[in-house]
Design a protein around this ligand. Structure first.
Ligand SMILES: Nc1ncnc2c1ncn2[C@@H]1O[C@H](COP(=O)(O)OP(=O)(O)O)[C@@H](O)[C@H]1O
Ligand SMILES: Nc1ccn([C@H]2C[C@H](O)[C@@H](COP(=O)(O)OP(=O)(O)O)O2)c(=O)n1
Length: 836
């Protein structure tokens, strides 16, 4: 007689449905290890009759043999179609047997609530609280139908061991935790029963779909609420650009936007259209193409462009050219998950009769019908009316869809290539005059004879090939003042030369670079003084940051300078906050996307290492690492953090604790913090971030657990803006059902003295957690940064899971630290050595 062997079987392919595949099984029945080791369908006594033994399951859930590495417990995701696999054991009505084989049917049950531990009794037979319907349909006695229990397609090939399977749908909203399930096969009658029992973990579902439906809806609401003025000659461009800009402002994390150069292309086309009126139609077409995959924005323009206003008056004979098909084909694949009502207006009749704006629908550059304006036909607007009307995606064949997809992809790749080319061209405008030009001034010659400055190895950018001049391989003490001084003199001298009017300067590719903001002609020019000051500060930064990690001095020096290690490992940058003081003829000028202002950047690490690059890189190498700890209130974040600190020595910073301490300190923010905590709301990020940063600096350490942060978008955005010099190693997510958290918090409230451990505040905190924190966890999950830990068992058991997530991080940190130490020793860099 049969038993359940696999509790999570991948039955998605026909071959897996027909024949047993051990690789397709990722969950086993309780105590299934012995059976599994003998092979699918082999009799080892795993069939079990509960009525004979007066126990619903063959072995108990706390048996030491319940699960093993080779026969593990299943893990399900809410909403999953769960498939089970079991052997036929001769009980199938088929041509090779007879149609009257006894089989009363299969039933599948589970426990109501997730278990807080894996002990205790199972529900008695036929008293399990939740029952699932399997998807095989009912078998009819006397009929060969392979239904119900008998779904065993290759039964006649091996009547005893043939694979049978059945599936059922798990609830979408099942709370996380471990549940017990029972499979019950009624043989001759409901009193002749065989059972198998198993456990399965359920995780909270983290999916792009869910994240999109929450976040994208918010973004869509914002953009839909923007008024779209009618398209007239004067304002159509500005109005559309404004909406896009509003949306970008509302969506700083670029949620729902593909990371394939979409935003860069849109920005590029906006600035192109802003600059040259005659290319606006074309630029807009490019923008619309990019918007295609972005739910909420795409629909906005798809519907808004239906305005019958003509932006340009055409002679009647040309009017037909305006009859551009209205295929509002916002990317179909996105639409399936878009929470917005879809615009499915693809009626060919309607779309053909209306003269519409040339910006209507999806005017992709190579498909668009654009205007031919007689009086002044700009080259971009030359029309090819040979082109055929684009078909809506919904009417395309698979092949056409694929071609369309490939075409779109190629378009994006080309746009991205163009962007990169332009970027590369821009970078070439970085005149390496500081280091490359022949400078016939005395100080340079002196400086060349000066001892070589410290060789400080770039730790994180080791992968990048660099040209090294032979003398830079020499070593010297890192903090040598004299060598820093000579470096400074060298650079000052070089700068003096570079800022003199020079015919050697190549013409710059952008107007802003060819026009010096302040003409600089003499060595007493303020530019030189300014840069000298900057370089001095660079030296100080390097020294400061090698002895005092993460000091504010390393980020902001004096009033003028701001040092910012960016997220790029290979680049350090020293940004001069006031570009107007600088002679732009000799520097790489660009929009500084981190500082969000137009500035002059001494770009580090792109070409051969100069001494100041090495210093910067060294400062940049001392990055701090954090692990965020998130989960609902009462999930056990603090409890696990304490264990991590005890075992691995991180610095634990709880945002909640810091805020409570700030409130108690009588600070001016005290009342506001108190109000927010009682309301279960989240305190504005500036307050929390200041506290976190101060605590990090005060600790003097570099590996942190940040508990209870970031808890909403405000938190995350603040972090991203401010903490560019800190790496996020990952997120520990403690997943616990609400009723368990509530129980724990009420218990904690008896002694914690916390003003928010009462039922009213707890409920509000749950709401905040679901609405504001879950999207953050999902955001990190999309970046594969989340360690999902089920937090329902005992603290020690949860810690076992925690260790699995922590250990690789600790190991990496150890390797990096050791590497830094070795480099410091190798380079006689005793300052770094002492700190490390
Ligand atoms: N795994 C667990 N099982 C049972 N109780 C726990 C567990 N982890 C923590 N607790 C208790 O639950 C309460 C909340 O835990 P805590 O670590 O303070 O949660 P958080 O920091 O997530 O709010 C505490 O009283 C703690 O002792
Ligand atoms: N990033 C954060 C973290 C906590 N807070 C406030 C609001 C929270 O309800 C309280 C308590 O947070 P804490 O992490 O200590 O506690 P729970 O995880 O909710 O149990 O602090 C905040 O405003 N911003």
């Amino acid at each position: 007689h049969s038993w359940l062997e696999c509790t999570n079987y991948d039955a998605s392919s026909t071959s897996n449905q027909e024949y047993w595949s051990a690789a397709a099984c990722t969950g086993y029945a309780r105590c299934g290890s012995y059976q599994q080791s003998h092979g699918f369908g082999i009799d080892t006594g795993f069939d079990y009759r509960p009525l004979l033994h007066n126990k619903p399951c063959q072995c108990s859930k706390d048996s030491p043999n319940a699960y093993s590495a080779s026969a593990p417990m299943a893990t399900y995701v809410p909403g999953q179609k769960v498939c089970l696999a079991y052997p036929a054991k001769n009980h199938v009505a088929a041509p090779c047997t007879n149609q009257y084989i006894p089989d009363t049917g299969v039933r599948i049950f589970r426990t109501q609530h997730p278990a807080s531990n894996l002990t205790g009794d199972d529900p008695a037979l036929h008293s399990w609280p939740v029952e699932y319907k399997h998807l095989n349909g009912p078998h009819q006695n006397g009929v060969v139908d392979y239904k119900g229990f008998q779904h065993c397609p290759k039964f006649c090939e091996d009547k005893g061991r043939a694979l049978c399977s059945m599936c059922f749908n798990l609830e979408k909203d099942i709370a996380p935790g471990v549940y017990t399930f029972q499979w019950e096969w009624d043989f001759n009658s409901a009193n002749d029963v065989y059972t198998s029992c198993w456990e399965a973990r359920q995780f909270t579902m983290l999916t792009t779909h869910r994240r999109k439906s929450v976040i994208v809806q918010q973004m869509a609401d914002i953009i839909q609420s923007q008024a779209m003025p009618e398209a007239d000659n004067e304002h159509w461009w500005d109005a559309r650009v404004k909406i896009i800009q509003e949306w970008l402002r509302a969506n700083p994390l670029r949620i729902g936007v593909p990371e394939d150069g979409t935003i860069e292309t849109i920005m590029q086309q906006i600035s192109r259209g802003d600059k040259y009126v005659h290319v606006r139609v074309k630029a807009w077409n490019h923008i619309v193409t990019e918007l295609q995959g972005i739910p909420g924005v795409c629909e906005k323009f798809a519907t808004a462009e239906a305005s019958p206003e003509l932006p340009i008056e055409l002679p009647p004979e040309k009017q037909e050219l305006l009859q551009i098909p209205e295929d509002n084909n916002c990317d179909q694949s996105e639409q399936t998950i878009s929470p917005l009502p879809l615009n499915t207006n693809e009626d060919p009749q309607e779309s053909n009769v209306q003269p519409v704006s040339p910006f209507r629908g999806k005017l992709r550059p190579n498909k668009a019908k654009t205007l031919h304006h007689d009086s002044n036909p700009p080259p971009e607007l030359q029309l090819s009316n040979q082109e055929t009307k684009p078909k809506p995606i919904s009417q395309m064949s698979m092949m056409e869809r694929q071609q369309e997809w490939l075409r779109k992809k190629a378009e994006k790749a080309a746009a991205e290539k163009l962007r990169q080319q332009q970027e590369a061209e821009k970078e070439l405008t970085f005149q390496p005059s500081l280091i490359k030009k022949q400078i016939p001034t005395k100080p340079v010659i002196e400086a060349e004879k000066a001892p070589s400055p410290p060789r400080l190895t770039r730790l994180k950018s080791a992968g990048r090939q660099r040209k090294q001049s032979s003398n830079t391989t020499k070593t010297a003490p890192a903090t040598s003042k004299s060598s820093s001084r000579s470096l400074l003199d060298t650079v000052k001298a070089e700068l003096a030369a570079s800022t003199q009017p020079s015919t050697q300067l190549e013409p710059s590719s952008t107007p802003s670079i060819t026009t010096p903001i302040i003409p600089t002609t003499s060595t007493t020019d303020p530019t030189i003084a300014y840069v000298s000051k900057a370089l001095e500060a660079i030296n100080n930064t390097a020294i400061i940051s090698s002895t005092t990690p993460l000091t504010t001095a390393s980020r902001k020096i004096g009033d003028d300078f701001h040092y910012d290690t960016t997220s790029s490992d290979t680049k350090g940058r020293y940004q001069l906050q006031d570009p107007t003081l600088f002679d732009l003829t000799s520097m790489y000028r660009k929009k500084d996307k981190y500082a969000r202002c137009d500035g002059v950047a001494l770009q580090m690490g792109r070409r051969e290492d100069t001494h100041q690059e090495q210093l910067i890189a060294m400062a940049g190498a001392l990055r701090h690492k954090v692990l965020f700890v998130l989960g609902g209130p009462g999930a056990g974040k603090g409890t696990q953090c304490a264990k991590i600190v005890a075992e691995y020595g991180f610095v634990h910073l709880s945002a909640g604790d810091l805020l409570r301490a700030e409130r108690a300190s009588g600070s001016e923010n005290g009342d506001m913090i108190d109000r927010m905590i009682r309301e279960g709301a989240i305190v504005p990020v500036k307050v929390t971030l200041d506290l976190l940063r101060k605590a990090m600096v005060d600790s003097g350490r570099d590996l942190f657990l940040i508990d209870g942060f970031p808890r909403n978008y405000d938190n995350l955005q603040g972090w991203n803006d401010e903490m560019t010099d800190v790496d996020v190693a990952g997120v520990l997510f403690y997943d616990c059902p609400e009723d368990e958290m509530e129980k724990r918090l009420l218990e904690r409230g008896k002694t914690s003295g916390r003003t928010d451990d009462n039922i009213d505040a707890i409920r509000k905190r749950f709401t905040t957690y679901h609405e504001s924190t879950m999207p953050i966890i999902e955001h990190f999950a999309e970046q594969n940064k989340v360690f999902h830990i089920l937090a329902i068992s005992t603290p020690d058991e949860v810690f076992e899971e925690t260790k699995k997530a922590i250990e690789p991080i600790v190991q990496t940190h150890l390797v990096e630290t050791t590497q830094r130490l070795l480099n410091a020793v190798f380079n006689n860099d005793w300052a770094t050595y002492v700190v490390t």
